[in-house]
Ligand binder design. Structure first.
Ligand SMILES: Nc1nc2c(ncn2[C@@H]2O[C@H](COP(=O)(O)OP(=O)(O)O)[C@@H](O)[C@H]2O)c(=O)[nH]1
Ligand SMILES: [Mg+2]
Length: 231
């Protein structure tokens, strides 16, 4: 079974723990200790493949810590969560995404953008279009509005990020396979070249030997020709 390490990032209070616990345990936790950083495991089947997910529900994004660097390094996919009721939480994601790309040293990192608490229509300050705009700015990162309370789009968002990891791993292994085949072909070509080089030398040597033989053979002196010295 393949291991998939997914990291849930976002400002405090946006619903990272609620979304994670809803996905892993199928329950909505009304109040969750905001300081708790925890890791969960869940096995799911995606496109006929069994996947073992390890989900890290992070806490506290205020300061950069060595811990954060470590889990971003080891994470394969990222859920970047903001709350549709908190404008600042979306702004905070911009810096977080930059951090992820910098630490991963890549623009191609499996990721989804999540606008949580979409059930709170009256408190909403960010529209769907605000989320779409950010997703476009990020190169069309998949975007979901979720409600941890009603389990809206929660599974979809997690499955999406795992699918992205799968696709990335598949394309990396296809690339590696292609490189291996190219290398093999190159080696074969080199061997063939060396072989044909050896054949050429062998041919040359035989020809030289024949030439030597024919020079040494007195019967090869053209008949009628005589050696003479012109004074
Ligand atoms: N109405 C509503 N409340 C939510 C939702 N998700 C989280 N909350 C509430 O928002 C608060 C913070 O959630 P929490 O998961 O602890 O946020 P975290 O700090 O990002 O982990 C809690 O009181 C949750 O019950 C949601 O989808 N809808
Ligand atoms: Mg939390």
């Amino acid at each position: 079974m393949r291991d998939y390490k997914v990291v849930v990032l976002g400002a405090g209070g946006v619903g990272k723990s609620s979304v994670t616990v809803q996905f892993v345990q199928g329950v909505y936790v009304e109040s969750y200790d905001p300081t708790i950083e925890d890791s969960y495991r869940k096995q799911i089947e995606i496109d006929g493949r069994a996947c073992d997910l390890e989900i890290l529900d992070t806490a506290g994004v205020a300061q950069f810590t060595a811990m954060r660097e470590l889990y971003i390094k080891s994470g394969k996919g990222f859920l970047l969560v903001y709350s549709v009721t908190d404008e600042n939480s979306l702004k905070e994601l911009l810096a977080l995404r930059e951090q992820v790309l910098r630490i991963k040293d890549s623009e191609n990192v499996p990721m989804v953008l999540i606008g949580n608490k979409c059930d709170l229509e009256d408190d909403r300050v960010l529209s769907i279009d605000d989320g779409i705009k950010v997703s476009q700015d990020w190169g069309l990162v998949p975007f979901y509005e979720t409600s941890a309370m009603y389990k809206t789009n929660v599974d979809e968002a997690f499955v999406d990020v795992v699918r992205q990891i799968m696709r990335k791993e598949a394309s990396i292994s296809a690339e590696k396979k292609q490189q291996k085949e190219l290398q093999k072909q190159n080696e074969l070509n080199k061997q063939e070249e060396a072989q044909s080089g050896a054949n050429d030398t062998q041919k040359e040597e035989t020809q030289n030997n024949r030439l030597k033989q024919s020079i040494n053979d007195p019967s090869n002196t053209p008949s009628g020709s005589k050696c003479c010295t012109i004074m």
